[in-house]
Design a protein around this ligand. Structure first.
Ligand SMILES: Cc1cc2nc3c(=O)[nH]c(=O)nc-3n(C[C@H](O)[C@H](O)[C@H](O)COP(=O)(O)O)c2cc1C
Length: 365
């Protein structure tokens, strides 16, 4: 693909391949890598392919509504840009570019604690982007409270507390590449927590408190005017605890296969969690969403919305804000076609009847 010409890329897999060819090797390894043998990383994608769609015909799908309801509010569709650290490592547009892509497509932008743009800079640059703030809780709780207050002051609509990173997963691609963030990219939050100079992602992670508990979640839920979303739950037991400790929603997630290898995929972990959550929590899912059909399957299993991680980053890497926008557009167009071809007039009516276990083995990637 000629630089700047993204029109030849028609699927997220095309973006994946081109990003691999064009990104700086260390940054690419950080973006695409997973923990351990990357079994969960691969299964995140494969698990969606183990489900088959049961389409209905002659429903009259001339008018389709991809809209959903999330945290009690209507949203135009179920896509959310997952929180991802260090986006300027992928492209100089960084988080601001990603937020422009989110705003242009009606997606929610979830800003990482380890962003290379501060919460206030992002809010000022792209005030029209609907935005959530992802919180990693540092051992120094003053820093976390400060981050939370800034998110509240700058129009972030929810606090996403990530609970699956008490320590960093063992990511061998990063160990081999030794990728470092330049001092200039040092995020405000990490600087506030006492980091200086250049650091590897692993060194950043040592700032995070491994003793975070449900009691802390409860405190954030009661102290914060924003709804708290717990990200990184994989069991029904923890879904029940999230509801009991004041969370409004949770994200079924294995952190894109980057934390503990050989845990369940989002798709496989989702059903018992949806059941345990009942109507107490909105349940979201992420991991391996690469096709519009994956989005429909997630909704069919009971998710309200999906987070999309790496594909948005490949788009950003290849074309800045415009590249990330195109990736989200492709996914939205595929989702719209999936609704029509499945005989669903609206995303809200998708339920378990639209899917069944697939009789085929998921193809190896
Ligand atoms: C490069 C990269 C950085 C990430 N950084 C964060 C982060 O700072 N906070 C967080 O909660 N999750 C982080 N995640 C996990 C994503 O939010 C999300 O759970 C995951 O990427 C979804 O899987 P997918 O990439 O297959 O879509 C990161 C993922 C990637 C790929």
């Amino acid at each position: 693909v000629a630089p700047g010409d993204l029109s030849a890329l028609i699927s997220l897999a095309d973006y994946e391949r081109e990003a691999a060819a064009s990104m700086v090797p260390g940054a690419h390894a950080y973006a695409v890598g997973g923990a351990g043998d990357e079994i969960t990383l691969r299964d995140n994608v494969a698990a969606w392919a183990r489900l088959a769609i049961r389409p209905r015909m002659l429903v009259g799908v001339g008018e389709r509504d991809p809209g959903i309801e999330l945290l009690g509010l209507p949203r135009p569709h179920p896509l959310i840009v997952a929180p991802m650290a260090f986006q300027r490592m992928a492209h100089p547009d960084g988080e601001i570019g990603m937020a422009r892509a989110a705003a242009a497509t009606g997606s929610i932008m979830c800003l990482s604690t380890l962003a290379t743009t501060s919460a206030e800079e992002l809010a000022e640059a792209v005030p029209e982007a609907p935005r959530w703030f992802q919180l990693y809780v540092f051992a120094d709780r003053g820093v976390s409270r400060e981050l939370m207050a800034r998110a509240v002051d700058h129009g972030y609509e929810a606090l996403v507390v990530t609970v699956d990173l008490p320590v960093m997963g063992v990511r061998e691609r990063d160990l081999r590449s030794g990728q470092q963030m330049a001092a200039a990219e040092l995020v405000a939050s990490a600087a506030a927590a006492g980091a200086s100079g250049s650091l590897t992602p692993k060194q950043f992670a040592t700032l995070i408190d491994p003793d975070l508990s449900w009691r802390d979640v409860e405190r954030f839920a009661s102290d914060s005017p924003l709804p708290v979303i717990v990200k990184g739950v994989l069991t029904a037991e923890d879904a029940v605890l999230a509801a009991e400790h004041g969370a409004r929603a949770l994200v079924v997630s294995n952190h894109g296969g980057r934390q503990l290898d050989t845990v369940l995929s989002g798709a496989d972990a989702l059903p018992p969690i949806v059941e345990a959550a009942g109507d107490r929590l909105d349940v979201l899912v992420d991991g391996g969403i690469r096709r519009g059909t994956d989005v429909l399957k997630a909704l069919a299993l009971g998710a309200r919305a999906v987070m999309v991680g790496r594909p948005a980053l490949w788009g950003l890497a290849l074309g800045g804000a415009e590249g990330a926008r195109l990736v989200l557009e492709i996914l939205l167009q595929e989702f719209d076609a999936t609704l029509a071809l499945s005989g669903a007039r609206s995303a809200r009516e998708i339920d378990r009847r639209y899917i069944c276990p697939a009789p085929w083995a998921a193809p190896a990637r």
